[in-house]
Write a protein that binds this ligand. Sequence first.
Ligand SMILES: [Zn+2]
Length: 298
Amino acid sequence: MQNQAFDEQDALLRMTICGGEARVALLRTTHTTQRAGDIHNASDTAIAAMGRMLTGTAMLSAMMKEQQAHITTVVDGGGPAGRITCVANGGDLKISMTNPHAAMPQRADGAPDVAGLVGKDGELTVIRDFGVGQPYIGKTSLVSGELGEDFAAYYTQSEQTPSIVSLGAIVKDGIVLSAGGVLVQAMPGCSRETLETLDLRAMLFSGISRDLFEDTLDELAGRWFHDLSPVMLGRQPLRYYCGCSREKALQMLRAVGRDQLIEMLEQDHGAEMTCHFCHSRHVFDENDLRALIGKGMN
Ligand SMILES: [Zn+2]
């Protein structure tokens, strides 16, 4: 496919506009979303939902001052998708969904029925783990299950930051043609005039998945914000990365406790753990279990 936008690497552009009164994140997650769809062998609707969720979570991660924090987002809206869990650590993203094979017919306007798949009877939970101390947990009720509005509601209610969030993905027969989004946030002390300007600008983002298919991030930044004195702050590459390992799986196994390990040894003669995010299988034999049990566990 000869398409500069499609070939562009996944990334997040950060910039300020309106003399620093607002900030913007512009994201492409096409290839990350494709990877998620391939790993989970997901339906087109599920891939579109995962694309929006990956993008929304990457936004949250990028806008945090504490760069070391892990962000986990969970959406459980009561729809056929089940629970969706997404993790961002800097530019590393991963996602899991209870029923990635669940599918919905396309809506009359041709858009994927993400809201139908996700449901809206539930919450968006955001967990920020700084590696030390208690993680910070914020929750907001789902607005529509379309995910863009739900992330916007989280920013506005839980963080008291008026925000415009637009998320989108185009998926056809398992192929992700585009995925990504834009976040525009008013900074504290933002003038009423700037807020009104930003509100008007929101209309531009209604066809974001199509725009992302046709234009690169820099082209979109220029088209949408050139008259608002944009100042580019940085470009962060994004990718699908799980980071699970045999060692980490072993730690989890250790945490189940001695009695259960003995049961696994006697009944199953081993243990097997499959990662929810990358489907890697971590297999442990009798000797591995005996070594764990023998290590003075209680
Ligand atoms: Zn994994």
